[in-house]
Design a protein around this ligand. Structure first.
Ligand SMILES: C[S@@+](CC[C@H](N)C(=O)[O-])C[C@H]1O[C@@H](n2cnc3c(N)ncnc32)[C@H](O)[C@@H]1O
Length: 370
């Protein structure tokens, strides 16, 4: 969870999850690139913060300016200056008692384990929400967030803020080679139709869209899965990330992470904004998105031939990891594959899968008697 702000997601304006220089027209004020996100050409001139300046730079003025781009600030400009002037270091610092309540709450709601001493993380991620919601302190924001019946928007935004959304195209390369060279040919040989692939915890969409590109690319091979008969489902706990996924718009910074020039030319279309590209409809139409908490039930999603669950289990405790892995086993078709993050393994967590070496990397296959 301790990923520095500059490394999160696209790496831009990570605490607010919105690229600098953009403004939104929806009620939710923190999305980065969506159909309602535009370059902010009308905003008054303000200081420019580069990602390299940003880590650790949590001064009130910077946060106020950043928050001023969006959300409550945009809707309700008269509120912001008054509140900004009220915010003190103390009001942006979680008390020890509130930290412990919050850590227990966030683990129960999302599985994310904060541990004993991530106060700095809570402070940095939640203090940027104070102006947006007009709440005077992190402690009070937490109290409201823990009452989702009354404060659903705050509660969702707080869980959003506590998730780490770092992702990139074709992350780690080998899962996509395994998909192209071994897994899809195996599914094609078995004549499995439709082919269903789940990207669980898909963040801003790079993972499921990379999968869709691979499915398109392998369609030129002799034995292949039909892209028109392939269903890819991306799920995440974060409504904001799903909004970005559905928009399918990516800025140049995000596009530079893991995407070859060839794939960029083939699978993205220019927009009127030179900093943004839109994912091609052929890829977009292969993927549907749905909000889903991995702690909940997966039964409504149906069964899958492949599950990608990468770089999210690391945030959970072993008991939660085991439960999730066993639920994945129930969600896989016979012979189905599970692909984890490069630092994640099944060791000591479940016996329902067998390891398959892919050279490079590895995948897991559901045991026939699991
Ligand atoms: C680090 S990203 C991984 C994205 C992608 N799988 C990858 O490997 O690049 C982790 C994602 O897990 C999501 N997440 C965290 N807790 C979750 C939960 N309980 N249920 C579903 N998604 C969750 C976060 O919102 C975030 O988008």
């Amino acid at each position: 969870m301790a990923t520095p702000p500059s490394n999160r997601n696209t790496g831009i304006n990570a605490n607010l999850k919105q690229p600098l220089g953009f403004t939104r027209t929806t009620n939710r004020g923190t999305g980065a690139v969506s159909s309602v996100l535009r370059r902010d050409t009308t905003a008054p001139k303000r200081a420019t913060f580069t990602p390299s300046q940003y880590p650790g730079a949590n001064s009130l003025s910077m946060q106020a300016q950043k928050a001023g781009y969006s959300g409550v600030a945009a809707r309700n400009p008269q509120v912001v200056p008054a509140q900004a002037s009220q915010l003190t270091v103390q009001s942006r610092t979680v008390s020890d008692m509130q930290y412990r309540r919050f850590a227990a709450y966030i683990e129960e709601k999302s599985g994310i384990v904060l541990g004993e001493s991530k106060h700095y993380l809570v402070n940095s991620r939640l203090s940027s929400l104070l102006l947006r919601f007009g709440v005077p302190s992190v402690d009070e924001l937490i109290t409201k967030a823990m009452d989702p019946t009354r404060y659903k928007e705050i509660s969702d935004a707080v869980i959003d803020a506590m998730t780490t959304n770092e992702t990139l195209w074709f992350r780690d390369t080998y899962p996509y080679l395994a998909l192209r060279n071994m897994i899809l040919p195996d599914i094609a040989r078995r004549g499995k139709v439709p082919c269903r692939i789940w990207s669980a915890a898909c963040s801003s969409g790079q993972e499921p869209y990379s999968i869709a590109m691979v499915v398109q690319e392998q369609a030129t091979q002799m034995v292949h899965v039909d892209p028109a008969q392939t269903q890819i489902i991306g799920t995440d706990i974060s409504p904001e990330m799903l909004e970005r996924c559905r928009a399918g718009l990516y800025d140049n910074h995000a596009l530079a992470r893991g995407l070859s020039a060839e794939r960029k030319a083939k699978f993205f279309r220019p927009t009127e904004d030179p900093n943004l590209m839109r994912i091609d409809d052929k890829i977009k139409s292969m993927v549907t998105f749905k909000q889903m908490n991995l702690l909940g039930s997966y039964s409504l999603l149906g069964r899958f031939d492949v599950i990608f669950c990468r770089n999210v289990l690391i945030y959970f405790n072993n008991e939660v990891k085991s439960q999730i892995l066993d639920k994945f086993a129930l969600s896989l078709n016979p012979g189905g594959y599970l692909i984890l993050g490069s630092s994640e393994s099944l060791s000591g967590l479940t016996d329902k899968y067998e390891m398959v070496r892919c050279n490079p990397g590895l995948a897991y296959r559901l045991k026939s008697y699991a």
